[in-house]
Design a protein around this ligand. Sequence first.
Ligand code: CP
Ligand code: NVA
Length: 297
Amino acid sequence: MAIQHFLTLRDLPTADLKMIVKRASELKVNPNLAKSQSRKTLGLIFEKSSTRTRVAFEVAMNQMGGSSVFLTTNSSQLGRGEPVADTARVLSRMADCLAIRTFEHSKLEDFAEYSKVPIINALSDTYHPCQLLADVQTFNEHRGDISGKTVVWVGDGNNMCQSYINAAAAFDFELRIACPDGFGPKPELLSKYSNRISIRKNPEEAVAGADLVVTDVWASMGQEQEQLKRVEKFINYQVTPELMSLAGPEALFMHCLPAHRGEEVTANLIDAPNSLVWEEAENRMHSQKALIEFLLA
Ligand code: CP
Ligand code: NVA
């Protein structure tokens, strides 16, 4: 049987994604229900910084009775040029699953091609599917099924935005993307899902009637040198309590974090009652457990 990887949300049918999200909520209420991962090892290979994703995976494995091994590029032979294919062949003979955070999405695809165990995308320049499991879980827990709802992405058409596009298709919601010219998501993704995705120039108009408003940093990891230029371009795309007041009456706010308070979002919105960012972060761990259970079953 082919190995089931999780490089994008589209790798799994909707029924499986919904099952994972539901299971994450169950495990949150009753962690003892988690299937034992005793003697199982998750390898974590991170080429970029992380707080939530790393800790969510490590704590999840620990609580389920398994263990994890954390490697960075520089602390492993990858940093000295050992090819991805060789690394994948070697590590997948020892670990039961590998979660990888990297730059080029193609590197994850190379890992998957040569690995004998499931590969999880722990974030690439193109997608961050693990975060979407937690985001959908968080929304569902507060407002019921996200299907049929209106979600508005404000800001950069980055890896998170592109994962929201995949989520809109998988979980069946409308997605409006308010982004400056030249900072939109990949055109091929937009055209593939044009029935439920629209690009808006004006955030005020975009958020009208929204059930959920989401943003992320203006310069992602690897784009630090563009920070100043991006602040100028994105200045009208800050999410504020005033912008939220133009959304639907029960609209929620989410951000994958880390946030730049005072840039893409004001500090008073992060800390407002309609902001779910802390629970969204906690749900990373519950949804990581559900994903590991699913992939290692
Ligand atoms: N949201 C998220 O992936 O956070 P980290 O970069 O801290 O893992
Ligand atoms: N878009 C951000 C997400 C961080 C979790 C980045 O890639 O840096």
